[in-house]
Design a protein around this ligand. Structure first.
Ligand code: KG4
Ligand code: ZN
Length: 358
């Protein structure tokens, strides 16, 4: 099934063409990072205006790069939410209009379902093997997924395709939001995640002993606001004592902060994987681009002598917001229950949307 998908939930205008949830024929992302870097974050009105300018060219480019025409497209998928309403509306209106005019099904997709299904992209056929020569294209349920970005921070269980159970979530900030905030305080700019991990390479991860909240809470929830406050205090003290932040101090804070976040995320993921006897563990969302997170999860799987296979997007393009992941999720959602989309024309975009509603 050939799906054209659109994603405009935040600050990227994206369109992709994906076959059967795995084969990406094209994935175009018009990023607004340079625009929002000037303000240190996304200004919704500015983002929406950019989407208006970019949406048609991005759709045309995705079709051209895929080398397909409208007759070959079998359905149109789009992010319905969560996200910034003024951004969602642009992509959603484009998708709903195209679906109506072309007489094709409209498949509205939850943004987090998209992030989760990014892990199936580019895994075509049954001949995909990992570095150890193990076949990784066959799906092995149950799967436990850690999905973390600027807006969400969750542990999800999948017992089969297109069904998601929430195991735990953040009680306050998402880890990506903490990365962005600390990067701003350290003067590293926007977006914070890549900037912190770059600075952290030169730092000492043991320089500061930052708190690992809820590590032993017994449940699968997270909290990052205490960590944010602890890092803020250390930065303020340094400002007061020295008047400025040295490169070494910035690198040490970045490395110690990253280590604390990644320690908690990986520990909780593997706790959930053990509890639910996961055959696969997945990393998803913008923060899954973090190399130290990937490395630590791999190390802990070995340390705890677990059998579960680890998946994350080798291609960093699919970790952060893109439309291919929406096309991937749409395929599995639609093929598992096409009737559920019979009246999707009556749906509207929604800034808050529940993925786990029964
Ligand atoms: O999924 P995404 O593109 O957008 C949302 O849905 O929010 O995720 C963006 C988030 C940002 O908070 C960004 O700082 C974080 O993902 N991020 C990272 C890295 N790359 C992006 N966080 C840590 N390490 C990275 N390498
Ligand atoms: Zn996202």
């Amino acid at each position: 099934m050939l799906i054209l998908s659109i994603e405009t939930s935040c600050d990227e205008t994206a369109c992709a063409v994906v076959r059967d949830g795995r084969e990406v024929l094209s994935s175009v992302v018009a990023s607004q990072i340079d625009i929002h870097a000037a303000t240190g974050g996304v200004v919704p009105e500015v983002a929406a205006r950019e989407h208006v300018l970019k949406i048609v060219p991005v759709i045309e480019e995705a079709l051209a790069k895929a080398g397909v025409n409208w007759d070959q497209i079998e359905a149109i998928a789009v992010t319905r939410g969560p996200g910034l309403l003024s951004s969602l509306i642009i992509g959603y209106t484009a998708a709903a209009t195209l679906a109506k005019v072309m007489g094709k099904p409209l498949i509205p997709v939850h943004h987090v379902a998209g992030h989760i299904y990014a892990n199936w992209l580019d895994r075509v056929g049954e001949d995909v093997t990992d570095s150890a020569g193990k076949n990784i294209a066959k799906d092995d349920f149950p799967i436990v997924i850690l999905t973390v970005s600027g807006g969400h921070n969750e542990l999800v269980l999948m017992r089969k395709h297109a069904e998601f159970e929430l195991l735990g979530e953040t009680q306050d900030d998402a880890a990506g939001e903490a990365f962005d905030k600390i990067a701003r305080l350290l003067g590293l700019g926007y977006p914070g995640g890549p900037a912190i991990s770059k600075a952290a390479f030169k730092g000492n991860a043991e320089a500061f002993d930052f708190p690992r909240a809820m590590m032993k809470s017994g449940n699968l929830d997270f909290s990052f606001s205490g960590l944010k406050t602890a890092v803020l205090r250390v930065i303020e003290e340094e400002h007061t004592a020295k008047g400025q932040l040295s490169e070494k101090f910035i690198a040490d804070v970045a490395a110690s902060f990253q280590e604390a976040v990644v320690d908690v995320l990986s520990e909780k993921l593997l706790q959930a994987a053990r509890e639910y006897q996961a055959k696969e563990v997945h990393l998803a969302g913008g923060v899954s681009a973090n190399l130290r997170l990937r490395e630590m999860v791999e190390q802990k799987i070995k340390k705890y002598k677990m059998e579960a296979k680890l998946h994350y997007c080798k291609n960093l393009h699919y970790c952060t917001d893109n439309a291919a992941m929406i096309g991937g999720a749409a395929y599995y959602l639609y093929s598992s229950n096409p009737a559920a989309f019979a009246n999707s024309e009556s749906l509207l975009p929604s800034p808050q949307l529940d993925l786990y509603q029964k």
